[in-house]
Design a protein around this ligand. Sequence first.
Ligand code: NDP
Ligand code: GDR
Length: 337
Amino acid sequence: MPKTAVITGITGQDGSYLAELLLGKGYEVHGLMRRSSSFNTERIDHIYQDPHTPDRRLVLHHCDLSDGVALVNLLRDVRPDEVYNLGAQSHVRVSFDAPLYTGDVTGLGAVRLLEAIRASGVQTRLYQASSSEMFGSTPPPQNEATPFHPRSPYGCAKVMAYWSTVNYREAYGLFGVNGILFNHESPRRGETFVTRKITRAVARIQAGLQEHLYLGNLDAVRDWGYAPEYVEAMWLMLQRDEPDDYVVATGVAATVRDFLQAAFATVDLDWERYVRFDAKYERPSEVDALIGDASKAKSLLDWSAKVQFDELARIMVESDVRQLTDELSGHRVRVDR
Ligand code: NDP
Ligand code: GDR
């Protein structure tokens, strides 16, 4: 029998790569998507299967992490072997503007899913998308034993989801794992996260469509990896005999300025000519430095990152240049945000 998986957040960056990975392994994949007034399936359109396709292995369901009863019903109907909770309000800066909403979806949403697993009585394994943002102001390097000190409503919500997963493991014997993933990016990264904002701007500046790029704090240190490699680690965690928690990271530190330099250098431009400061992109409390120690994932999952930030910047710039060329040749230029 092929395995069945449920993915919350299938329309997001990681959800789309994970769906591809699981379909490639022969899984039947059930993705939860929010109802939206405009199409929100761009990242999974290439793997979409029409409901009338015989034996289709990708099924989409309208469901929201704020709707606990719908989660119970869905799990009872699908009876998945594995559940990946990737759904979240995932933008750190936005979480300061929408703290209650972020707490509800990113924090309580995970608890609703845990309760839905219990209430439906389904025997399943759960992956919780935990985040390096939980470490917040605790200095690097950070590993599984590093204390949490979140610096945003998003980070606080992720700490709640993390501990709830551990609690359901201890209280009810649930096979629940936390992947504590450091920043990971790709050509499918949301356009308001700093890496993608930069690589899109490089393509537009080179094409003469944009003059300046407005950014906030350039001194922040992050550990940027490549998303397709990170979803592989998620899957590996659920294949172990025992549930556990794992840091997933490259271990390589780079500032936003370093990423800027690498991205603009891909097309031989000097970033300092184009970048301007705008305080609106600063956070009320910033996370200064995240650098992960993924030695546990290396020894127990045999997983390690291959792509590092400078190659990542090149992959993303090249993709954005191609995408812009396609848009221009179709006479369709998207309005920038
Ligand atoms: P994205 O922001 O790209 O995707 C988030 C997904 O959650 C989207 O599918 C979104 O739907 C969905 N979603 C948002 N609100 C709800 C809701 N109320 N109910 C159901 N679904 C909802 O995030 P990523 O793919 O980058 O990240 C995946 C997960 O991993 C997130 O939980 C994130 O917090 C976490 N994470 C990400 C890291 C990273 O560097 N990328 C690092 C560590 C953790 P829609 O498409 O309609 O907006
Ligand atoms: P982050 O990613 O907050 O680490 O969360 P983001 O790309 O938003 O910010 C990274 C760093 O860049 C600085 N920065 C800017 N950020 C944005 N978005 N826009 C700007 O204009 C800008 N200028 C400077 C930020 O201050 C920050 O220091 C991501 C998300 O995917 C989370 O969901 C995930 O949990 C963490 O990574 C790990």
